[in-house]
Design a protein around this ligand. Sequence first.
Ligand code: SF4
Ligand code: SF4
Length: 350
Amino acid sequence: MFYSASMDVKGLANLKDKMRRIVSFSLPILKARFLKRKIPLFVGWELTNRCNLKCRYCGVAHAVRGGELDTQRILLMVDGLKLLGTRFISFTGGEPLLRPDIGLIIDYCRQKNVFTSLNSNGILVKQKISEIKNVNCVCLSLDGAEEIHDSIRGAGVFKAVIEAARIIQRTNIPLKFFVTLTGINVNQIDFLINIAMEYNAVLVFQPSVQNKLYSNEVNEICLSRAENEMVFRQLICRKRRLRKMVIANSYMNLAHLSHWPHPRYIRCASGHITGRIKSNGDFAPCNRYALQTAAGASLSPMDLKRKYLALQNISCEECWCANRVELNLLFALQLEPIINSIRYLASNKK
Ligand code: SF4
Ligand code: SF4
């Protein structure tokens, strides 16, 4: 009796915490929409351009390196972002676990009450897990079964990702698998759903496009238009059949991505509620728009604010990154993606 009562109290506190989190994200979105405030609520931060892999659809190994910020500058920029209203930072790369200060940066964000997620290829998770224990979510890249994943990312990488997933599951950190759909893994949907269910994770799907990531080089394994449409239609059906939150893309997100490569309007949240920080500290509205970057690391909140406000309101018709599409749909106050996000937050372990 005592045990179940204490569980109820814990469950209630958890629910209250989740509700508080939902409200803390919703209010700034409404402010940005209706009061036309620019609040960098969600920030993607490329902590480094270095990577320990050379995936077939990625050109990061040949990307121009703009330098990297030192720890002190990063923490100062976190202070500035917090003052501007940032609630969520997604650390990405290259491979962000290559930074020796990654744990310190995550801990600092936690102290500041800024939620964090970490995108990783999984290789260094085992080695770094005690440093990143305070992150709010880990997103591991996973493209399919061992032979498929390793043919895209290199021998032995699949085993490392699965070991990373096991470790993350044990630490109770919410886990996402990011799936980049190519001509090689279109038939892997059911395998990926089973893996996600096994590790209590969710899946986020997006197409790989004509050019390699971070590069103008041709991506030789990108999907054909017909394959893309077929696979996203299949994902919509699978999502309908699954009772649990396993496919984290909303239906509208999947429907939007099914149109690749046909240009398709979407209301853009870049420079309104989202922003992108490059490894050298440049502030950009979105990683597609290198030319509109506000250059240089900001060492004071005022400078950071000036740079964020200077980002032009932009939009394009080629928004094929699943996370950006989801944020754009939330900014457009589309009901189904809002409900989907609340379901995702409610199903989260932390
Ligand atoms: S896709 Fe990610 S893991 Fe692969 S090379 Fe590019 S940055 Fe590295
Ligand atoms: S890809 Fe285009 S529409 Fe999407 S977030 Fe970037 S600028 Fe906005």
